[in-house]
Ligand binder design. Sequence first.
Ligand code: UD1
Length: 367
Amino acid sequence: MLRVSTEEKLKKCITGACKMVLVKSIRMGDTVLVTGGTGYIGSHTVVELQQKGYEVIIIDNLSNSYENVVDSIEKITGIRPGFEQIDLCDKLSLDDFFNKHQNITSAIHFAALKAVGESVEKPLLYYYNNITGLINLLICMIKYKVNNLVFSSSCTVYGQPEILPVSEKSPVLKPLSPYGNTKQIAEEIITDTSGKSKIKGILLRYFNPIGAHSSALIGELPIGVPNNLVPFITQTAIGKRECLNVFGNDYNTPDGTCIRDYIHVVDIAKAHVIALERLLSEKNESGIEIFNLGTGKGNSVLEIINTYQKVTCNKLNYRIVPRRPGDIEKIYADTALANNVLGWKAEKTLEDMILSAWNWELSLLNN
Ligand code: UD1
């Protein structure tokens, strides 16, 4: 299949074929591979990359996402990203892909399984998928001289930190689940590989990404019953679920419910573009850099529910139930390093996050 260059696509858009293009500059030659690019955070990142003028190729095995996300991305940006359905565990297909696309200069790696409970039930599935996929990706990156990697990590690596807010210097604690362990192991694999190759990496430790794109064309689409709080809230409010269970109100927090650092997915997506630019412009200070991505502010479960009720004027059906095993009491980010060194700061408010998540849930009614 002939790929149309970013420049040609832009010309088409400028002549009026597409209305919503916000592209500021053309980054010729900087083709970015986004693994897991049809997923929740991946799709938002593809939008931000394209709006900065990067050419993007997505690979995704569609195990937890849908190919029509590519259409939605095109509707938002006016540019269709490249897409190939490939499983990172399929080494031969991955090698073929890299061989075919020698214009790729960097990768942002999201593709992984991420359900904590499922990972406890099926540890080997998680280790096999998340670790094999990463290793295959790194092998191809070395072989095809793709030297820049932004990796999707998680604040789960901190466990329950003793000191809050938690900074990147805090110790990495024993993970509570195989999923969490795959994030820790992946960070180590990338760090060790970087030490012995030309690969430079930025590891981004997300706190709790929520919300959706302002267009309501892309958002979080959990398959089955959601594990995470905000999709559960919006699905309860829309009538897909009967009642939200609040897991415990006897924690040592002001209202007794757990505290997390909720951050808008678009802010997270923008951080990936900034991280990538840092690598491409060789501003990184070492082979591997690590940044927390949070707002620096903690909110309780009840505060999230109250914000939902306030911004939507809907009443939410919820009840307090016993604690969920494995939940930590409170965590929120020290964002100084991301603010001062990466030059990124979360901009969106909690109200923006919840309202965008609700608009996304509403948009699903029409699909
Ligand atoms: C979880 C994972 C984390 C992962 C993140 C993103 C654990 C221990 N951690 O974070 O590793 O990176 O998801 O997918 O699972 N809550 C309710 N009712 C619900 C759902 C959640 O009260 O139906 C509460 C939880 O107890 C928690 C808060 O809401 O206090 C946030 O939960 P959730 O959205 O699942 O995220 P985390 O558990 O923080």
